[in-house]
Design a protein around this ligand. Structure first.
Ligand code: LMR
Length: 325
């Protein structure tokens, strides 16, 4: 009798364990109504549906769990399972290939960018994460960046002496110095307050981030410079991923493929809509560069490529240029 009770107990325990969903904690730093926030939500829906609820995706937007650097540490420690940091943040892990995405004026448009993210260069960069205990699943777009400050930024000389918030990226540091500004790396969650208090004078980001973080309340001028790209790599903790039953992992990979198509389909419009809302709000004057101004920005910024060849790899930069030109 005792034996039967024990068996019953074990069966129940197993049954209960099987009924417990596997939880993927997906932490990110932006608002839910951004390209990344919406794509994360889409992944959650697709993943939960495809696995019949065996996997639950818990979303933590807006740096609610961790800020930029902490989230990468949390992923490596397994405190969260999934993130989508901006490509500018991977240099901190010592994986320098990703820095090529920050190079100013390297991608003329998103079609050129996608030739890299969807081709061997993009795949190889994701592979480099494995030694860090991370699996790279996909690239998600945000878009091309605008520059902002409390004075118009029309010529490189307008940046002179400005303290500009950057993501923690050596390339962005060199880029701002090439314009005569003083770069200051700050976590995304701190940008609004830093602009408001004058800790920094200006910043760069795609319009969707500028709008959803309400930076337009504290910046009087914005230039649609499209001088650089900001996008994401969706990454998971490798141990967690490798230990998933393979049929679940395949379903999650499929959900990620569909969420990626969705992410990259909405990003451009999300940014165009955000720019329109900033314009309509009226607190920030929106400037576009004339042909002469754009040429002056390019003249100031293109030497950054050469300056960083030693760090990112001359051959890699050349391979990117061959692929997109
Ligand atoms: C930033 O720090 O400006 C961006 O990386 C935030 C984001 O994730 O889009």
């Amino acid at each position: 009798m005792r034996f039967i009770t024990l068996l019953l107990g074990l069966a129940l325990a197993n049954g209960c364990a099987a009924a417990q969903p596997i939880v993927i904690k997906f932490s990110h730093v932006v608002a839910s109504h951004t390209p990344k926030g919406k794509a994360a939500q889409r992944f959650k829906e697709l993943a939960e549906q495809a696995t019949g609820g065996r996997v639950t995706v818990a979303l933590y937007p807006n740096s609610e769990l961790y800020k930029d650097k902490e989230e990468l540490e949390a992923l490596q420690l397994g405190a969260v399972q999934m993130l989508a940091p901006s490509l500018a943040k991977f240099g901190q892990l010592g994986v320098r290939e990703f820095e090529l995405f920050d190079l100013p004026y390297i991608f003329p448009d998103s079609a050129a960018l996608h030739r890299i993210t969807e081709g061997p260069i993009g795949r190889d960069a994701l592979k480099k994460l494995e030694v860090k205990g991370i699996v790279g699943l996909a690239y998600w777009d945000n878009g091309f960046k605008v520059m902002s400050a409390n004075r118009p930024l029309l010529w490189p000389a307008d940046f002179d002496g400005l303290k500009m918030r950057i993501q923690p990226s050596k390339v962005l540091d060199v880029q701002m110095r090439a314009l005569g500004a003083n770069p200051q790396a700050l976590a995304f969650a701190e940008v609004y307050a830093a602009l408001q208090r004058g800790v920094v004078d200006g910043t760069e980001n795609p319009p969707s981030n500028f709008y959803t973080q309400r930076m337009y309340e504290v910046q009087r001028h914005l230039t649609v410079s499209n001088h650089g790209y900001l996008g994401y790599a969706v990454i998971v903790n490798k141990k967690f991923w490798d230990r998933l039953p393979s049929e679940l992992r395949e379903k999650l990979e499929q959900a990620m493929r569909s969420a990626t198509v969705y992410a990259n389909a909405i990003a451009e419009k999300e940014n165009a809509d955000a720019l329109e809302r900033i314009r309509q709000d009226g607190k920030t004057a929106v400037h576009h560069l004339s042909a002469a101004q754009k040429e002056a920005w390019q003249k100031a910024l293109l030497p950054v490529h050469q300056e960083l060849e030693g760090r990112i790899g001359k051959e890699l930069i050349q391979a990117v240029k061959r692929e997109i030109n």
